[in-house]
Design a protein. Structure first.
Length: 245
């Protein structure tokens, strides 16, 4: 059995890969990652190898040490050198986040060409795969929760709004409702607008694939709905480590 670990900016997720069967284990918020929490989460598992995808270098170092102590296995960090599965046409391939690489690899392998992958996380990512199966462009901007935090931290009078109660814009009559609904619907409109822009610029329709921890909060309001793939990133990790077999 193989342990797959995805270290994001906010949370770290764990999955197992056993004879090509992929299973989600659980998720820890990064502030809760320590030897005890990881040990409790993975208690009873036996792993032969450990692979890690990370966009948080400081936590990566800490978690590697924890996993070595628990399993006596040195984790293998996935990087762009693993990729021979999808063509990438960007100025500097080393700038591509490994989480995005995993999404792109799985998106191309499972859903084909002419695809956009919308990954809802700390940042929202819109990843474009063209008619030839090449990844050459994406959009990245603050996610819903991060947008609320940025607004509160950048202004003196606007509060940091908790909760997700969303009202129609025309029915928002106080600051809390206005912030919640304005950021929520602007997020949706941005996604629809970016994808429409891709379609207008390229001249063809795109299939949408939604993933990420916050996706289900937004999908019902999006203009076009397509696939929801909760495990897309881990599927990409599995493809990368199994390439050539």
């Amino acid at each position: 059995m193989i342990l797959l670990v995805d270290i994001g900016n906010t949370a770290t997720s764990f999955a197992s890969l056993d004879n090509e069967e992929l299973k989600f284990i659980n998720r820890l918020f990064n502030i809760d990652v320590n030897k005890d929490s990881v040990s409790n989460l993975l208690n009873g598992f036996k792993f032969e190898k450990i692979y890690v995808s990370s966009v948080a270098p400081k936590l990566l170092s800490q978690l590697k040490e924890i996993l070595i102590n628990l399993f006596k296995i040195k984790p293998i960090e996935i990087d762009v050198s693993f990729n021979d599965l999808v063509d990438i046409d960007i100025d500097n391939k080393n700038e591509l986040g490994i989480d995005l690489l995993c999404d792109i690899v799985a998106g191309k392998a499972i859903y084909g060409n002419k695809v956009v992958i919308i990954d809802f996380g700390t940042a929202t990512k819109v990843l474009f795969i063209d008619e030839n199966g090449v990844f050459s462009s994406c959009a990245i901007y603050p996610g819903y929760q991060k947008s609320k935090e940025l607004l509160a931290n950048s202004t003196e009078l606007l509060p940091n709004v908790e909760g997700k109660l969303i009202k129609p814009i025309s029915e928002c009559h106080n600051t809390i409702d206005v912030i919640n609904s304005s950021i929520y619907f602007s997020h949706i409109d941005t996604i629809n607008g970016i994808i429409n822009r891709y379609e207008n610029e390229k001249g063809y329709s795109l299939k949408r694939v939604y993933t990420g921890g916050n996706a289900l909060d937004f999908i019902p309001e999006l203009v076009k709905r397509s696939e929801y793939d909760e495990m897309l990133l881990f599927k990409g990790m599995a493809l990368l480590i199994n390439r050539g077999k």
